[in-house]
Design a protein around this ligand. Structure first.
Ligand code: NDP
Ligand code: GDP
Length: 356
């Protein structure tokens, strides 16, 4: 089989939200899928466990996992030289913006320097003319105190967190390696995307888990930070498809992927509560604001300043016209459908085990 016909993907961050959906998507497309996993003291493969159980993937050796870490160059070289991938998706990251203020140096190591380690590993293995490379860039690059909206590929960057600063390094090193070495490398500037597999401390999943618990009587109040932040939230399943599409083009370019609609955290809360038949009314302002059950007056949502960020990204709204024109990508899941999917999943989870 020539290298053009081989379909071998290597995913860093395969155990994360996007990595798990991307692995499923590529296995469906008959790729051989390899993933890098890092050592942890407890299992971190929950999101891809079902792929092991599936005889089509694991038992037929269509999916393999390899030990590695974005902070460890030699492991990256070893995996790439063993796997000889035709496509690499760099999704591994310390991906939480608020945590990056506490772990700023580590976030820089993994989310910034980790990317150049991976790119250099490709060159060390002599694969720069064979491999296609996807970098998980982010709308946090726009950040901006007063960034113009909607944001597209030409909007100036203004990072507002150690996470965004690390990701901006990765963005530019990808552009540089493309120009310097002719590597087929793309930045996917993805706006927020969520799912039932979203990490539990991102705002959407925190909201749907908490509301499921409140509805089942296992929690009293949902505490949140900035209720006014506006985000362009899509479904992760749609977004991993865009990653793959970017790597199937003639020429490597960078693309914004977004729904073109933005909603506040407050709206997300209201929509999720509506799903269980509860209407929220808001009272007070700033740190004294509460969300009450319209019928009973009970406080269900409270602002806690501990969730505020030292610098906040207030408004994200993406314009994905370029991706639509170049390769026909469009989101298929609406905001309401996304909230419903996450609520139904968390209700089912909490019904099984309200302490989950
Ligand atoms: P997750 O946090 O769910 O997954 C991150 C993955 O990176 C996990 O598999 C994690 O492993 C792995 N990882 C973390 N540190 C290391 C390390 N040192 N070495 C190797 N692997 C590591 O993120 P998402 O799936 O949501 O996001 C995927 C990528 O897209 C990330 O780079 C994120 O920053 C970026 N992004 C995400 C957006 C979103 O809305 N979801 C928006 C824009 C960009 P483990 O499971 O062991 O923790
Ligand atoms: P981000 O856009 O990558 O930072 O994704 P998050 O889901 O972490 O945060 C989205 C927005 O929700 C940000 O503007 C946060 O300030 C806001 N937010 C409000 N309350 C919370 C909270 O309790 N947890 C998190 N993670 N974010 C919150």
């Amino acid at each position: 089989m020539t290298s053009k016909e081989r379909k071998v993907a290597l995913i860093t961050g395969i155990t994360g939200q996007d990595g798990s959906y991307l692995a499923e998507f590529l296995l469906e497309k008959d790729y051989e899928v390899h993933g890098i996993i890092r050592r942890a003291s407890s299992f971190n493969t929950g999101r891809i466990q079902h792929l092991y159980a599936d005889p089509k993937s694991h038992r037929q050796e269509k999916m393999k996992l390899h030990w590695g870490d974005m902070t460890d160059s030699s492991s990256l070289v070893k995996v790439i030289s063993t796997v000889q991938p035709t496509e690499i998706y760099n999704l591994a990251a310390q991906s939480h913006v608020k945590v990056s203020f506490d772990l700023s140096e580590y976030t820089g190591e993994v989310d910034g320097i980790g990317t150049v380690r991976l790119l250099d590993a490709i060159r060390t293995c002599g694969l720069e003319k064979i491999v296609k490379f996807y970098q998980a860039s982010t709308s946090e690059l726009f950040g901006g105190k007063d960034s113009s909206i909607p944001q597209n590929e030409n909007t100036p960057f203004y990072p507002r967190s150690p996470y965004a600063c690390a990701k901006i390094y990765s963005y530019w090193i990808v552009v540089n390696y493309r120009e310097a070495y002719g590597l087929y490398a793309c930045n996917g500037i993805l706006f927020n995307h969520e799912s039932p597999r979203r990490g539990e401390n991102f705002v959407t999943r925190k909201i749907t888990r908490s509301i499921a618990k409140i509805h089942l009587g296992a929690q009293d109040v949902l505490e949140l930070g900035n209720l006014n932040a506006l985000r362009d939230w899509g479904h992760a399943k749609d977004y991993v498809k865009a990653m793959w599409m970017m790597l199937q083009q003639e020429v490597a370019e960078d693309y914004v992927i977004a729904t073109g609609e933005s909603h506040s955290v407050r709206e997300f809360v209201e929509t999720a509560f509506n799903h269980v038949g509860t209407t929220i009314v808001w009272e007070g302002e700033g740190i004294n604001e509460t969300g009450k059950n319209k019928e009973t007056g009970e406080i269900l949502v409270r602002v806690n300043p501990k969730y505020f960020r030292p610098t906040e990204v207030y408004t994200l709204l993406g314009d994905a016209t370029k991706a639509k024109k170049k390769f026909g990508w469009e989101p298929s899941v609406s905001f309401e459908e996304l909230v419903k999917d996450m609520m139904e999943s968390d209700l089912a989870l909490m019904r099984k085990d309200p302490t989950a």
